[in-house]
Design a protein around this ligand. Structure first.
Ligand SMILES: [Zn+2]
Length: 234
């Protein structure tokens, strides 16, 4: 199978769903990551947006090596993502590029606007994936992927339908997230929790709900013709 994880920023995939990607990888599946922005305002330690984006893309590629994933950067601006014909086209291209059986994406009710808009665009374009008349650059694909939303930031307003036990891959997930070095000093100053702690608290909490040590929780996207196949989760 091909599995595509779509996020808004470098580090989102490693915070929210990399454990599940690692489980898929263990089972021999192909892993793809697409990011709508390269997090180009996500630091005060660089001179300009280009420098931040270059650093963060490099960190994402390092993290992807740990996960064994291929990465596609859509390169829209951080903190201001909108649902436009241009962003939809880029997301359709990314989905067709990965030719996925399963898509993991942000929850459209996530309190972060970039996260929510990314999740909303993915949901909106699901019916466009096979359409040959849809404006896009990649050719249509004939698969009917199952879409699962991963947890919102800090789990706010998110009650999972289903859980994946990620206990055995948790150390590797942490190793992947630790590749996002530009985010540590910055978040330690401006946010109440360190990025690694945010991830660990969330996964322990979901593990508590799921009856294991660490877990990731998902909600299913359901629309006529696109009912998710829960058996495809690892
Ligand atoms: Zn994010």
């Amino acid at each position: 199978m091909n599995v595509l994880a779509i996020g808004a920023h470098p580090d989102d995939i490693e915070v929210y769903c990399a454990g599940t990607l690692l489980k898929y990888k263990q089972q021999g599946h192909n892993i793809f990551i697409a990011l709508t922005t390269s997090g180009n305002i996500g630091s005060n330690e660089y001179e300009n947006r280009e420098a931040i984006a270059a650093q963060r893309e490099q960190e994402q590629l390092e993290a992807a090596k740990v996960l064994g994933a291929e990465v596609r950067f859509l390169r829209f601006d951080d903190q201001g993502l909108q649902d436009t014909p241009e962003t939809r086209r880029a997301v359709i291209n990314a989905i067709r590029w990965a030719n996925p059986d399963v898509i993991l994406a942000h929850y459209p009710e996530d309190p972060s606007t970039d996260h929510a808009v990314t999740g909303r665009i993915v949901s909106e374009v699901m019916l466009s994936i096979p359409g040959k008349l849809i404006p896009a650059d990649e050719p249509p694909i004939s698969k009917n992927p199952s879409l699962f939303y991963y947890t919102s930031a800090a789990g706010v307003g998110f009650l999972p339908d289903v859980y994946v036990d990620t206990t055995d891959v948790f150390p590797l997930k942490k190793e992947a997230l630790a590749k996002h070095t530009s985010q540590f000093n910055w978040m330690d100053v401006y946010q109440s929790h360190n990025l690694l702690n945010i991830m660990e608290i969330n996964d322990k909490f979901r593990g508590l709900q799921a009856g294991c040590e660490y877990a990731e929780g998902f909600r299913a996207f359901r629309i006529h013709g696109y009912m998710p196949n829960f058996k495809l989760l690892p």
